[in-house]
Design a protein around this ligand. Structure first.
Ligand code: AP5
Length: 294
C-alpha cells in the first residue's frame, strides 16, 4: 500500500515542472526568465486569484507593479540548497533561515536518522553506511527526499534543502524533475575547525536544538544533563565523512554554477547568518524585480 508520503508526493507531483527535455525551463541564476516555459507557468500563477486556475490566463491589468511582484513571489517561493562539510554549520544556519524566511527545512541527515529511530529496513541499511562515513545509497535517499520536497507545504512555502544533493546522481535526480534552487549556499570552514566542532557537538532530544560544549553551551544544568551525542560524531568518523564530502562536492559545482554563493562559515554564528541573510534577500529581490519588469 502506498505510504501517506507517497500519496502526498503523487498529488504534489502534478505541481512540479516538466522533466528534463527540450521543454525544460530555462533557468538563469535559478530564476525562470520570461519566454521560458517555466516563466510562462509562473506568470500564469501570478495572475491566479482566489478563483483558482480557471483564471490562470487572465492578465492582472489593474494590479500595480509592486503588487504583481508580491503575488508572483508568493506563487513561486524561495528555493534554497545549503551544503558544506560535516559540522560546517548547515543545521545551525537552517534554524535561523527557517525562522526568518518561513521555508520548510528538509535535512537529508535528519530524515535518515528518523528512519533509524523508527527501526525501518531503510534505517537499518542507512546506518551501516552512516557509521562508515559514507553516502547512503541513492535507492534509499533519493525517493525519501523527493517525496518530502514534493509535499504541499514545501511547494507552497518554499524549501531549504540541507545536505542534499551530495552527489552528481542525486543532483541529476532533481534536474530530471525540473527542480532547481534559486540559490545554492556553500559553507566554507577549515578542516581543523570542523573536527573540533563535531567532537563537541551535542543535541537536545527534547527541543532538537544543536549545542556545542565550548561554542554554544547549554543554558542550564537540566538541559546539560539530557544532551546526547550523535553516533557518527567521533574524530575517527568525521575524518571519513570529510573524505566523502570532498570526493563528491566538486561534482555539484558545475551543476549549480550559476546559483552558487560561497559563505565563510568560520565566523560567529550571527555573522555567518548576516551574510546568508544578505544573499537570500538579494535572491528574493531578483525574483521580485524580474516579475515587476515583465
Ligand atoms: P548529516 O546529518 O547531514 O551530517 P553532515 O553533513 O556531516 O553535517 P552535520 O549535521 O554533521 O553538520 P552541520 O553542517 O549541520 O553542522 P551543525 O550546524 O550541526 O549527514 C549524516 C550522514 O547521513 C552522512 O555522513 C551520510 O552518511 C548520510 N547522508 C546525509 N545526507 C545524505 C545524502 N544526501 N546522500 C547520502 N547520504 C547522506 O554544527 C556543528 C557544530 O558546530 C554544532 O555543535 C554547532 O553548535 C557548532 N557550530 C555551528 N556553527 C558554528 C559557528 N559559526 N561557530 C562555532 N560553532 C558553530
Amino acid at each position: 500500500m502506498a505510504s501517506p508520503m507517497a500519496a502526498a508526493a503523487a498529488a504534489a507531483a502534478s505541481l512540479s515542472p516538466p522533466p528534463l527535455s527540450a521543454e525544460r525551463p530555462i533557468a538563469r541564476g535559478g530564476i525562470f526568465f520570461p519566454g521560458s516555459p517555466a516563466s510562462s507557468r509562473s506568470l500564469r500563477l501570478q495572475s491566479t486569484g482566489r478563483g483558482g486556475l480557471s483564471q490562470a490566463t487572465r492578465k492582472p491589468r489593474s494590479l500595480p507593479r509592486a503588487a504583481k511582484a508580491v503575488v508572483a513571489v508568493k506563487a513561486d517561493p524561495l528555493k534554497v540548497m545549503i551544503a558544506g562539510a560535516p559540522a560546517s554549520g548547515k543545521g545551525t544556519q537552517c534554524e535561523l533561515i527557517k525562522t526568518k524566511y518561513g521555508l520548510v527545512h528538509i535535512s537529508a541527515g535528519d530524515l535518515l536518522r528518523a528512519e533509524i529511530a523508527a527501526g525501518s529496513e531503510n534505517g537499518k541499511r542507512a546506518k551501516e553506511f552512516m557509521e562508515k562515513g559514507q553516502l547512503v545509497p541513492d535507492e534509499i535517499v533519493v525517493n525519501m527526499v523527493k517525496e518530502r520536497l514534493l509535499q504541499p507545504d514545501a511547494q507552497e512555502k518554499g524549501w531549504l534543502l540541507d545536505g542534499y544533493p551530495r552527489s552528481y546522481s542525486q543532483a541529476m535526480a532533481l534536474e530530471t524533475l525540473g527542480i532547481r534552487p534559486d540559490i545554492f549556499i556553500l559553507l566554507d570552514v577549515p578542516d581543523e575547525i570542523l573536527v573540533e566542532r563535531v567532537v563537541g557537538r551535542r543535541l537536545d532530544p527534547v527541543t532538537g536544538k544543536i549545542y556545542h560544549l565550548k561554542y554554544s553551551p547549554p543554558e542550564n544544568e537540566e538541559i546539560a544533563s539530557r544532551l546526547t551525542q550523535r553516533f557518527d560524531d567521533t574524530e575517527e568518523k568525521v575524518k571519513l565523512r570529510l573524505q566523502t564530502h570532498y570526493q563528491n562536492v566538486e561534482s555539484l559545482l558545475s551543476i549549480y554554477e550559476d546559483v552558487i554563493v560561497e559563505v565563510k562559515g568560520d565566523a560567529l554564528v550571527d555573522d555567518v547568518f548576516a551574510e546568508i541573510d544578505r544573499q537570500l534577500t538579494s535572491s528574493l529581490d531578483k525574483k521580485t524585480e524580474m516579475v515587476a519588469s515583465s
